[in-house]
Ligand binder design. Structure first.
Ligand code: ATP
Length: 350
């Protein structure tokens, strides 16, 4: 637990991270992810609880091992490489401080620059590098001291979209090659999914769900997680029959669809069915009337190149977002049948 006056930034939180694991703390602004990372780094003292690495206790409310003696490296959003030092000098600095011999330092810097694809640029100054190259200098600087754990706080957010995407692959690859445990903070869900072994979705200083990207995306623990992990339709629905995985709910005005319902649900209850736009299928309107097919009308269509993004209005006015194959021909006003992939739907109490 960590409090700032009346604000509890991290609340009675427990998290165990495996050796060599890549775990991302994901959540909206103010959810406490940076505070948690700074607690792990040793920049802050917890108000309650402890932080351990292996058998070593690093933080308690009364004693905190300082950041430089925790065996952790840290990379920040504003990577702050020294402008008046060359790439080589930037990376070697941490070794000089640790009194590593010049010969050893040269070998280690060369190895780490190779690792982050900066070999050959040793003599350049940061002003002579691209944003991505500067960020790689910051990474190299953290890696050269051979940390067991690397903490990264939104390290890619100052880069343009294309570069950010490429750096994801590089970071993932780097983690595989070095075997370092990564703890990564971001508010970008696609970044979290691309990089992580497990994602901890945070909200209000707590972890709402911890799991592999696929699990968190397809089986969100609650509405907050469903909403944060990409686009989602939250459809009001009424329980028609409860039979566990083979239950029926009515959506779009009396149209029954099959879904799995959590234990304890009763007929007549109002629930919300969470369906991602890519799990909505649009079929010819002639199929309407078939069980599981809900009639609707196309309200908006946008061609996005790789997909078509559209809104469909159901009989009762409910609007559903659907993302379908870009080869489809869809027009505003067109009548369609809407089918849900019920295996991909989650149901929450309303
Ligand atoms: P962001 O993505 O915006 O950085 P975050 O999820 O990293 O957000 P934190 O920086 O951990 O969030 O902040 C969590 C909460 O603690 C927020 O309500 C914030 O205002 C508060 N907080 C953080 N640091 C301090 C501080 N030094 N003093 C007072 N309140 C703080």
């Amino acid at each position: 637990t960590k409090r700032f006056g009346a604000v509890t930034a991290v609340r009675d939180l427990s998290l165990e991270i495996g050796d060599r694991e890549f775990v991302t703390l994901l959540g909206p602004s103010g959810c406490g992810k940076t505070t948690l990372l700074r607690l792990i780094a040793g920049f802050m003292t917890p108000d309650a609880g402890s932080i351990r690495v292996g058998a070593r206790t690093l933080s308690t409310p009364t004693a905190v091992v300082p950041p430089e003696r925790r065996g952790m490296g840290m990379v920040f959003q504003n990577y702050a490489v020294w402008p008046h030092k060359t790439v080589y000098q930037n990376v070697a600095f941490g070794l000089e401080v640790r009194k590593v011999s010049r010969g050893d330092a040269q070998a280690r810097v060369a190895r780490v620059l190779e690792l982050v694809n900066l070999a050959g640029l040793e003599g350049r100054y940061p002003s002579e590098l691209s944003g991505g190259q500067q960020q790689r200098v910051a990474l190299a600087r953290s890696l050269v001291v051979e940390p067991d754990i690397l903490l990264l706080d939104e390290p890619l957010s100052n880069l343009d979209a294309k570069l950010r995407e490429r750096m994801r692959w590089e970071l993932k690859e780097l983690q595989r090659r070095t075997g370092i445990t990564f703890v990564y903070v971001t508010h970008d869900q696609s970044e979290a999914m691309a990089l992580s072994d497990r994602i901890a979705v945070m909200h209000g200083g707590e972890i709402m769900q911890l799991g592999a990207p696929r699990l968190v995306y397809t089986r969100p623990a609650n509405r907050t997680v469903a909403d944060f992990m990409g686009l989602v339709n939250l459809l009001p629905a009424q329980v028609v029959t409860f039979a566990g995985d083979d239950s029926m709910v009515a959506v779009g005005g009396e149209h029954p669809i099959a879904v799995a319902l959590p234990p304890g649900t009763v007929a007549g209850q109002t629930v919300q069915v969470a369906v991602r736009p890519e799990s909505v299928r649009l079929i010819p309107s002639s199929a309407a009337g078939t069980p599981g097919v809900v009639p609707g009308k196309i309200a908006e269509v946008t061609f996005l190149g790789n997909i078509i993004d559209c809104y469909v209005t159901l009989d009762d006015g409910t609007r559903i977002r659907a993302q379908v194959d870009s080869g489809r021909v869809l027009e505003v006003g067109q009548a369609v049948g809407v089918e849900f992939d019920s295996r991909q739907a989650s149901v929450f109490s309303a």
